[in-house]
Design a protein around this ligand. Structure first.
Ligand code: ACO
Length: 308
């Protein structure tokens, strides 16, 4: 048995914070942020708008897109670094909100690579025959865990949630390869004092080294040529990073869709939000080969090759 994405959904807060507004309370500028990162604006959760609320909105859309009932969902996995509670899990809160009464629920922590890790678990559950339909969500309210006085970090992030329903499929193809290097764990942290700290340069060079390796790994293991891939859907951290990865892979940057200009870095939510936007723009057709790549805290990284 193989797996296929049968529905996608996403949700972002309506409040938009652009670079000009940031410059009113931080020593920064639209020019600095745009040229270094490609980000112009981001969506920011309002008071009381939690990761679980965004996750449930995205989940409802994904379930509707899949054309199934919530009761058919057998497991909910939420990748998040910004859960409402330590427990109950964010997945439990989503279950309650959407009425997926049969589902097993848990959260998974792998920072910006979280969605990919969560998808790999869902994929494995389905391949071993344990479940047939799994809801996988990346949901973050990063705005609540950045120090709004730290201009080197707070300008980068945004809030949102993306969801997919993964179902069993007799055809199709899916392969996941995940990695971690805890030797550099301190390069990117979110601790109990509740603020993201990072060594920006180290993260940049880690991503542009490791992501191309990881893309090549899934291409080789699935015996797929890079020319066969329609889109490389990367974690949306920084446009310069994505451009540099495209160059290292010798793949036209047009094959790397981006939405970070209007969303910023939404951590575990960035890949499923982008996937949902591509789906809703009818840019994906059955049989398309996609590569998803995540990278971030841990340090962690990994890629998946999927057939749409
Ligand atoms: N506005 C204006 N100036 C700023 C800002 C800002 N928002 N932030 C930092 N600066 C200043 C610094 O203080 C520094 O000034 P100094 O030279 O007087 O000390 C100067 O700009 C250069 O700072 P650097 O950190 O060296 O700038 P760099 O060119 O490396 O760009 C950036 C920083 C954009 C963060 C880059 O390192 C990067 O993109 N790294 C990747 C990190 C990332 O994307 N993290 C996201 C989370 S991790 C993830 O999702 C995988």
């Amino acid at each position: 048995m193989n797996t296929k994405i049968i529905g996608t959904g996403s949700a972002v807060p309506s409040r938009v914070l652009d670079n000009a507004e940031l410059s009113t309370f931080l020593d920064t500028s639209d020019e600095w942020i745009r040229t270094r990162t490609g980000i112009r604006s981001r969506h920011i959760a309002q008071e009381g708008q939690t990761a679980s609320a965004l996750a449930a909105q995205a989940a409802k859309k994904a379930i509707a897109d899949a054309g199934i009932a919530a009761e058919q969902i057998e497991a909910i996995i939420v990748a998040t670094s910004t859960p409402d509670y330590i427990f109950p899990s964010t997945a439990n809160l989503v279950q309650q909100e959407i009425g997926a009464e049969r589902a097993a629920c848990f959260d998974l922590s792998a920072a910006c690579t979280g969605f990919l890790y969560a998808m790999s678990v869902a994929d494995a559950y389905i391949k071993v025959g344990m479940y047939k339909k799994v809801l996988v969500i990346g949901a973050e309210v990063m705005s609540q865990v950045v120090d709004w006085k730290d201009r080197s970090v707070c300008v980068l992030f945004g809030d949102g949630a993306g969801a997919v329903v993964l179902g069993e499929d007799s055809s199709g193809k899916s392969i996941f390869r995940l990695h971690s290097d805890s030797g550099s764990a301190q390069a990117l942290t979110l601790g109990k004092e509740n603020a993201v700290h990072m060594n920006g340069r180290e993260i940049f060079s880690f991503a542009v080294r490791k992501v191309p390796e990881s893309v090549k790994e899934v291409l080789e293991e699935s015996e797929t040529a890079k020319e066969q891939v329609k889109y490389f859907i990367l974690h949306q951290a920084n446009a310069r990073m994505i451009e540099s990865i495209a160059k290292r892979l010798d793949v036209p940057v047009e094959k790397f869709p981006m939405n970070l200009e209007t969303h910023g870095n939404t951590s575990a939510a960035s890949i499923p939000v982008l996937l949902d936007e591509l789906n809703r723009q009818n840019r994906l057709i059955p049989g398309d080969v996609l590569i998803l790549s995540g990278f971030g805290g841990g340090l962690s990284w990994g890629s998946a090759l999927l057939e749409w």
